[in-house]
Write a protein that binds this ligand. Sequence first.
Ligand SMILES: [Zn+2]
Length: 332
Amino acid sequence: MADVETDLPRLTEVVPGMLRVRVPLPFPPTEVNAWLLACGEGWTLIDSGVDSSSTRALFEAVLADPMLEGRPVTRLLGTHFHPDHIGLAGWLHERTGAPIHMSRVEWLQARLILADPPERALDAYLAQYAASDAPAEFLALMQRRGLLYRRWVGPLPYSYHAIREGDVLDMAGTSWRVITGEGHAPEMVCLHSAERGILIAADQILPRITPHIGIHPADSDGDPLGAYLGCLSKFEGLGAQTYVLPSHGDPFTGLDERIESLRAHHEERLQRLRDFCTEPRTVMETTSVLFRKLALEQIGFGLSEALAHLRHLVRRGEMREEPGDILRFRTV
Ligand SMILES: [Zn+2]
């Protein structure tokens, strides 16, 4: 099965007993990896992309592909609640009858967003962006567009199967230990096979981009960057030869070096903010030292990521937040 535009195969074997599905996305980073792991008489499918007619068509073709040897998908596993990972999970559950396995926080997060009236979250986001000094045209765009989660995530069933840190799952002829990550999502499921030397890293550790780490209004005084940096140590020392399967981009080796460069990336951003905030700055102003020019539709990501860095500095006692209708931050 090949992609119509690039002619790259959409379904490939990564290691014996494990297949990679490259699933196109309608937004950056333009593609997500789903993984199929042989399990007894069936397959476990990890993640799936957004719910859209083209993703459904892709998975109809995947389920019928000879590489699956006629065996059904018997377990669905969602690494975290983001639309590019579990958007199609509800449809796949209907289509295959396979139960959905997720960590409890990720599952509840998805069910909450789907259950809440969308205006409620939109109002909270608009208030956070306004306090961050977002330009009026961005606020108008948000008002018009609303939140996109429901557009890309299909309805989920009432029940799921909970997995948690330390659980061991048998797949692809080996055992996988669940390691949970924080920061990008609250309880993201990663899987490590010590025997095979493979880490399914979800979005926790990506090869080319850093995962988005942002403050969201439901947990507006949280410290997701602190949580992210803190839990990276769980992934160190898994072995220099560990083959890392990320959700976006190609599999790679060099895990410890990648963790080091992710840490350095954030430390460097924190230093830029300390240097810039020698006088009180709004969150919007700080985006100018963190990012190249943000396109209008990227401003929300930029603001929540900048706020996560600023709040982390506040936690460290290196920044002070000056409250008001518009928040301002000043280096201590
Ligand atoms: Zn993702």
